[in-house]
Design a protein around this ligand. Sequence first.
Ligand code: PLP
Length: 441
Amino acid sequence: MNTNFSKSKDLNERAKKVLVGGVNSPVRSFKRVGRHPIFATYGTGAKIYDADGNGYLDFVMSYGPHLFGHARSEIIEAVSKAMSGSSCFGMTHEAEIEWAELLLKRVPGAEKARALSSGTEACLTAVRLARGHTKRPILVKFSGNYHGHVDSLLMSAGSGVATLAHEQASVPECAGIPNELAQSTRVLKYNDVDAVKKLFAREGNKIAGVILEPIVGNMGVILPKKEFLKALREECTKAGALLIFDEVMTGLRVHKHSAQGLFGIVPDLSTFGKIVGGGLPLAALCGPAKIMDSLAPIGPVYQAGTLSGNPVGIAAGIRMMKLIDELNPYEKLEKLGAHMETVLLESAAEFKIPLVVNRVGSMISPFFSQNEVTNDEEASAGDMDHFVRFFWACVKHGWMLAPSPYEAWFLSHVHDEVLNPSFRDTARHIFKESLQKGPFQ
Ligand code: PLP
């Protein structure tokens, strides 16, 4: 391992002159781990390579899309073929129908889809649709949940917002969002059934919708309590509010029918991104026709996009969903995830490092904490300095993590390396070294 990262350092100096903070998305900044970003050059399978020629077992996996690893040959082929017929038409094409058909058969209760270009756009449209369809103003979200950089949803958000929050108190509320708009959003604690019931008792007839990550990935992985999802479904139904599952991260990852299939709860609207576009900018909003038809051109809720449903993203999404049908990856993902969880817990225990691991299949999060982690407050109570030492020990031993304690780790179907005996040895070295001040602090 070449650990002076001199090429990344030079690239960062160049990037800072023309890109804000040297990055195009704040989550890629290494601010939280105290150094300049490591620059990627290419990925293949479960590995990613940096500008200095180092290879890593990648647990970022671009924050979720690569269910079958980087640069999967079938997806490259599909994309190349689509590209040769033009990257976008500005007209509807047949593959969009096939993509929607493949997606909708995996979304219980949904009849129609709208293709969009990012998870943010899908959640933004879900919020507008909920308000437009119900003709009500209030939106409910949960602290530590992240739904993209949507004005109505950037209160107490997770992911990059939480990562930067330790040093910039204004970020969770985000400058540029008018108070009048923020006041139409209610933020509750995740898994707090009482708070949900009280809010509905007080303002149920004004609530347009409740949006949540049905398994949170943006304050690390946090599972919903069964009674929490059940209460949300019941309260929304009683009040005539829409229950919106943000499955941008969990969609097609945790189960063939996503988190909603795993828990047997049918939301009114679902948003998807990441996997449904096979790693290209493509996302989706899905729901029953009676709600979705409130969108333009049928209904009064306007939404549009020049690149929406572009043939290249659609081809990648179709091939991804066909690969899921061909390879049925979920059993293997569970096996890899369970093994990884065991290795992390055993290695931490050996060095008496307090560790809690939250996991659903191939989404996994270690917290340097002794206590159960069920909400954002508990997630933040972990030892963040230990995370920073652990992060750099991982880099040194060839594991790439997101540079934040609030991001889930992702495994792909080709992460067989975690089953190798050498993986356990590497984990032991990493945990041991995480007790010492690392070479980069
Ligand atoms: N919703 C969730 C649950 C996410 O994890 C993300 C991004 O990570 C988004 C929405 C926003 O998606 P995008 O980054 O594609 O805009």
